[in-house]
Design a protein around this ligand. Structure first.
Ligand SMILES: [Zn+2]
Length: 528
């Protein structure tokens, strides 16, 4: 059988075991069938074979962003008011964006803002309910910031939720309060739950429109696979509908919140259930807050503060939840950023693995940002995978990370992980983190901030290693290394065409390389 497609490039970086360089490959259906020289592959072509000649360009396996929030990004772009640093630079501008949306929205309906980043605002703070009241008192307003752990609401929203000075703080969160105890509108962690519950879910049609938009953005950065890191039943529906309606052009590995564990387990919907477009992946938990919001849970207090960050679960609950999901045979992924949070998680994994030993569990630490030598030893011993933020040093290295002081030396420890053979997957955490995998690769290699400062250079890795993190490494973290992550016979024909070879340009320029085209299963899903 002749191939459907033959791809002839300047260089094909196959990312096989020896990182071999080839020139061409053949695709039949959605699968790669042969890899070799121009001559050898051209000989396979028949009269019907499409030839893709990209002879000045470099082809790589499609990038896999193993931990991101594609649906948050889609919904925020399509349904919410953009308050990101590119749109809004001051409190006045933030209020003006929300006021404009209020103007166009029937009284009483919710207005949701997204992308707010306090450190990028002139005022260097979050808006309170009084700031947001300037935008509207006729609509409840809620802002979910990029970090996802602190939210803000206006007075109308506080009233709508029936919350006042008498309302106690919920478990796992708190309201910031004014002198008389009335909430000031800034909500930490679980304190935003009662508000989120009031915001109507998007309709299936809105979801599909949002999904189409976000898939286009992801494809334009060369992404063909994602780990969707917060999944409720609505997101499962969204992805399944997207696969059926051809809205979905990124393969998704779903990380279902532990809240839904009983439902999945009762139906025996295990890790790996699904198909090559949408897979039920792992059970997701959280231990602590966020790095950028400076709520990660640390062994020692933050510089110049007396607190150690936020825990969102007790050790006892964490142990119990991990034990039950592990015992039932699921893969598990747990958000843990600070060194103290990671230690709690390691204890929980250790107990579960001692009670019910399992080979090749591939349990994961989502982020695993701050470590000690002892932590890295334990991660290796327990055979865990880690998914550190790939672009944070670039994005936040000049400002937010300064509150970690000397501990910055022990953060985003790519080299320490890879040296021990610990599996590492690429992860933007978009929309909290900047999306482009090429920026992630540049950051892992240079460890440079936006302004050009270098952070803990001893944790830098090579370009080849960084490409692996975003391809084979990410595929391994989701049990998909047999079908994804490299250009080899038998793998899915997911690939990206780049204007230049990232291993040949100066490392500082890697993020300037153009994504010329992205293919999923042998079909073009993006052309630049
Ligand atoms: Zn995340």
């Amino acid at each position: 059988m002749n191939p459907d497609l033959v791809v002839r490039a300047d260089t094909v970086l196959t990312v096989d075991d020896s990182f071999s360089r080839e020139e061409a490959f053949a695709v039949y259906g959605d699968e790669i069938t042969a890899v070799g020289t121009h001559e050898a592959i051209t000989e396979l072509a028949g009269p019907e074979t499409e030839i893709l000649d990209v002879e000045d360009q470099t082809v790589l396996p499609g990038f896999i962003d193993a931990h991101c929030h594609m649906t948050f990004r889609g919904r925020s772009d399509y349904l919410e008011v953009d308050l990101g640093p590119e749109t809004v630079g001051s409190m006045d501008e933030l209020v003006a964006e929300l006021a404009a949306e209020a103007e166009a929205t029937p009284e009483g309906e919710w207005i949701v803002g997204a992308g707010h980043d306090d450190t990028k605002l002139e005022e260097q703070r979050h808006p309170t309910r009084h700031d947001l009241d300037e935008a509207s008192t006729d609509h409840p307003i809620m802002i979910t910031p990029a970090g996802g752990h602190v939210a803000m609401v206006n007075t109308r929203a506080v009233e709508t939720a029936g919350i006042d000075d008498e309302t106690p703080d919920p478990d796992g969160g708190h309201f910031e309060r004014e002198d008389d105890g009335y909430p000031n509108g800034i909500l930490h962690e679980a304190a935003s739950d009662p508000f989120e519950a009031l915001i109507p879910d998007p309709t299936p049609e809105e979801d599909q429109a949002a999904l189409r938009e976000v898939c286009e953005q992801y494809n334009s950065k060369g992404i063909t696979g994602v780990g969707e890191a917060v999944v409720h039943p609505e997101e499962i529906r969204m992805y399944r509908d997207g696969a059926k309606q051809d809205t979905l052009s990124v393969r998704a590995y779903l990380m279902v919140l532990h809240d839904h564990f009983d439902d999945l387990n009762r139906m025996r919907i295990d890790s790996g259930f699904g198909d090559e477009m949408v897979t039920i992946g792992l059970i997701k938990n959280f231990v602590d807050g966020a790095i950028a919001a400076r709520t990660a849970y640390l062994e020692e207090p933050y510089e110049g503060r007396d607190d150690r960050g936020d825990l969102v679960i007790s050790q006892e609950e964490l142990d119990e939840q991990i034990m039950e999901a592990h015992k039932a045979g699921y893969q598990i992924g747990v958000h843990a950023n600070g060194d103290a949070a990671i230690e709690m998680l390691l204890d929980a994994y250790e107990r579960a693995l001692e009670a019910h030993p399992r080979e090749d569990h591939r349990h994961r630490i989502e982020h695993g940002t701050m470590v000690t030598d002892e932590i890295v030893d334990r991660i290796e011993e327990l055979n865990l995978c880690v998914l550190p933020f790939s672009t944070y040093i670039y994005q936040h290295g000049d400002d937010k990370l300064s509150e970690y002081g000397d501990r910055l030396e022990r953060m985003f420890p790519y080299n320490s992980y890879l040296e021990r053979g610990i599996p590492v997957g690429g992860s933007s955490d978009n929309p909290a983190g900047l999306l482009p995998p090429l920026l992630g690769i540049r950051t892992m290699v240079t460890r440079k901030t936006r302004s050009g400062d270098t952070i803990s250079p001893h944790e830098a890795i090579s370009v080849e290693e960084a490409i692996r993190v975003y391809t084979t490494g990410a595929a391994y973290c989701s049990f998909e290394e047999e079908i994804k992550g490299s250009i080899e016979p038998g793998k899915l024909a997911d690939f990206v065409v780049l204007s230049e070879d990232p291993t040949e340009v100066p490392a500082d320029d890697i993020h300037e390389i153009d994504v010329e085209a992205t293919y999923l299963g042998g079909e073009a899903v993006y052309t630049g």
